[in-house]
Design a protein around this ligand. Structure first.
Ligand code: COA
Length: 335
């Protein structure tokens, strides 16, 4: 079936390795019951989340990236010294600058390498793959490391029961290389942004307003859960359908659907509206919570480790969140 699928964009990018890492410390729903007025049944029913991994006080996003890349090196025996660009998708960099990507470059001693962080919140990993495809296609770069990594626990308000139940920490890395035969794994891509709704989900920084909307300038995640939920099940579902239409594909043509693991109820609603079955869908929500830019690679790596993914299968990856923004790609799994 997949041999007949034609790419609708140009790509010469092959995915050649994957690695992931989550911190050791686990925060269960029972632990959260001690922090806020909530309970396991409510959290599981509304979100599907059972536990999340939380970084230690001294562990920051760069450290999670180092561990994910190390995991990739050990499993796939890949060379990293000749990587020529590092892109890290994150909303929780250790510092605004230097970038997390530059810390990854330094940690592995990669000599001739560009580095930049990409901030597209929960759409970050899919957006970074889109950009990596362009970097490789330009011919200026041959080996790009793409990482989605977060320490959301550092910016979560553990006194707000409607947000602190959701978020966790983790990192996932893909190595993408120019393929020798010039054919690529990225079949299609799509993005759409609704910045007018930016105030519905944010983490403040310098300003105290987003557009005309005054915001809480406390540096922690603030969201209007109901509004984000409504946007996700309507606008994100429409975005997924748009990506499939542009690719001349339906859910039946695609082997795996990997939406951002925001919440199990959102994933179920997206499946219902786009034609994917839950059996076709990979998520990392149950064990890791919402890990923003890390959630898609974490979900994929769970399936890789379980032996579920097969070479040449088609996957639709779809990130969405703060912005509010969406980024989707259809890729062929080549590992
Ligand atoms: N435990 C128990 N009760 C809680 C609770 C918790 N952790 N959080 C909120 N509640 C209460 C509310 O206070 C409210 O009580 P009230 O009716 O007495 O006022 C009730 O539960 C319903 O609140 P509501 O906000 O309508 O819940 P919900 O069904 O919308 O679920 C979310 C809340 C956050 C789980 C849901 O809105 C959601 O998933 N939104 C999307 C968030 C998201 O995915 N963000 C990231 C996108 S990338």
């Amino acid at each position: 079936m997949n041999d007949t699928i034609q790419s609708v964009i140009r790509s010469n990018a092959a995915i050649t390795a994957i690695g992931t890492y989550v911190p050791e410390r686990i925060l269960t729903n029972a632990d959260l019951e001690k922090l806020v007025d909530t309970n396991d049944e409510w959290i599981v029913q509304r979100t599907g989340i059972q536990e999340r991994h939380i970084a230690a006080d001294h562990q920051f996003t760069s450290h999670l990236c180092f561990a994910a890349v190390q995991n990739m090196i050990e499993r796939y025996n890949v060379e990293v010294n000749d990587i020529d660009y590092i892109l890290v998708a994150t909303s929780t960099p250790d510092a605004v600058f230097p970038s997390v990507a530059s810390q990854v470059q330094a940690h592995f001693g990669i000599e001739n390498c560009g580095a930049a962080d990409l901030q597209a919140a929960c759409a970050g990993f899919a957006a970074a793959i889109q950009l990596a495809n362009g970097l490789l296609l330009s011919g200026a770069y041959r080996k790009v490391l793409v990482i989605g990594a977060e320490t959301l626990s550092k910016i979560t308000d553990y006194s707000d029961r409607s947000t602190c139940i959701l978020f966790g920490d983790g990192a996932g890395a893909f190595l993408m290389e120019s393929s020798d035969d010039g054919s690529g794994d990225v079949v299609s891509m799509y993005s759409i942004t609704d910045g007018a709704r930016g105030h519905q989900l944010y983490r403040s920084s310098l300003a105290s307003a987003i557009g005309d909307h005054a915001i809480h300038a406390n540096g922690l995640i603030v969201q209007n859960g109901r509004e984000v939920y409504r946007w996700a099940v309507s606008h994100v579902a429409a975005g997924v359908k748009q990506l499939m239409t542009r690719s001349n594909l339906s859910a039946a043509d695609i082997d795996w659907f990997i939406p951002h693991s925001a919440n199990m109820r959102i994933i179920e609603a997206l499946c219902e509206r786009t034609g994917f079955t839950l059996d076709q869908t990979l998520s990392s929500i149950q064990r890791f919570g919402n890990t923003s830019a890390a959630s898609i690679p974490l979900a994929i790596d769970e399936a890789v480790k379980a032996g579920t993914l097969k070479q040449d299968q088609l996957m639709l990856l779809y990130g969405f969140g703060g912005g509010l923004t969406q980024a989707g790609i259809i890729i062929r799994w080549s590992l």
